[in-house]
Design a protein around this ligand. Sequence first.
Ligand code: ZN
Length: 271
Amino acid sequence: MPELPEVETIRQYLETEMVGLSVTAVSHLDGRMIKLGDDDADGLSRKLLHRQLIAVERRGKYLLFGWRPRGYLIIHLGMTGRLTVHARLDSRRAHTHMVLDFGERQLRLSDPRRFGRIGWLQRRTWLDHRLGLEPLSQRFTGHTLWQCLQGRSQAIKSLLLNQSVIAGLGNIYADEALYLSRLHPLRRAGDLDLATAARLARSVRKVLRQSLDHRGTSFSDYVDALGQEGGNQDHLFVYGRQGQPCLRCQTAIVTVVLQGRTSHFCPTCQT
Ligand SMILES: [Zn+2]
């Protein structure tokens, strides 16, 4: 699933290449992908047609396309979504559910499993009310993270995945940050003291920035807006490394399943 660094890598490309362009046609729009807002495919197509793209923003794992006249197209890539830019005549990938024409270029959304979602919002406050701290923002500090953990009885891994607490982390970067912080994924969130929470906040930022530097992690489906894989999968500490030696202590990395998600960790380093 694309997490913050992958979505941000896509965003940066689209901001550079597409802002200023206008939608000249909505060549294809599958109404089954519209899971936000009140529009059907025809209604959303009418809203998008002839609008000029003036901003591409990100909130958590959501992309927000800002337009003139005002409004937002919101896109979440779910598990297998890809958002890519093509020449109009390029052949279409199977499971392409949205095609927006910007002159000779097309923005295409493909998503074989259709867990992704799109929709129109007049204001972005809908997202801000549902999503928690942005981990790369200045507001995300050891202290604000520690405040979020107070009174929480669930496992710290579950809390890192809770988008209403911290927005943008998924299974990969939660596991990586817990490893860097030497924290067991099942540690009770509310038990972390301020110094430990500060260490975890630093680790979260570090693993996200490292991945951004490598243009994201292509473990399964993720590609950037040009269809290129990222490079961070070659720099992971624990995610996907079960059975391989810990990079610090050589103990074999193990897994534990928590709420249906597999956590990867070192049983020696992470307590
Ligand atoms: Zn270890």
